[in-house]
Design a binder for this molecule. Sequence first.
Ligand SMILES: [Zn+2]
Length: 305
Amino acid sequence: MSLLRYVVLPLFLMSLLMQPVTAQSVDVSICRFKNDKPAAISLTFDDGLLDAYSVVKPLLAEYGYKGTFYVVTNWADNAANNTRPDRKFMTWEQVKAIAYAGHEIGNHSVKHYQLVKAKSMDDVLDEITHPLGIFQEKIGITPQTFCYPGNSRNDEIVKIAHEHHLYSTCFGRQMFGGEKYTHQQTVDWVNQTIANKKWSVAMIHAILQGYGWAPFPNGEKDFVAVLELLKQHDDELWIDTFVNVSKYVKLRDTSTLQWIEQDKILMLKTELDSKVYDQPLTVKIIKDGQSCYLPMYANAPISLQ
Ligand SMILES: [Zn+2]
């Protein structure tokens, strides 16, 4: 009797308490990436160059991918009067057409100088926040992510960017293009991304010669080869915008799954604002020996009756 009272009964009660998290009949887990793909890639196109509109936009449509385009507001303002022979920029109308095609338009500052060289933190604040109103006025969208010009940043600059955006390019991106670019670099980068089950971000500038910094040596042909390679790995890669993957990762890393056995209800619990973190997570459910995947939104319960 004493054994039952002091050992077996408390263990039995503990097992009851643990049931809401993992029930015997249901096993649930959050997938690392959308649709249970092992790895993710975002394609980012910097500087608001004209070939992003004339070359990248139609090619992404053909392959069914969405990209992120980081636009510099002064360069878009002056696109029609640009006199630099080695740069061609998109007008706001062209930026708007990219946004309306479902791509992400991100903030790449007002003047595109290295923020660590700014005269004051007020200037940094202005470079990071002033574009938000301009994007809203010109294309009706407020960018959600920030890209540091020349990747120039320090902790203080990153802190300001994150106070005004959901996320930023605050980690290394893989550079594409430039004279020394080879397709093999991309093959290796894709293979490493998949092998390490991680999220990698491509940093692309010009596709064609004469449009901007670091064009591909073989122009459009090289970029098509990148897209073909990604397509070959469709089963292993989730390709999506920088903001969509960053939202997924943050929601994934701050959420817990709660299973209420009595009501057969599953809930993805998080402290994050579900209106902002509006991308569903893919949840794997194994019930009665059968497995399935469900998209689950933050703090929205689903019934598994
Ligand atoms: Zn740039």
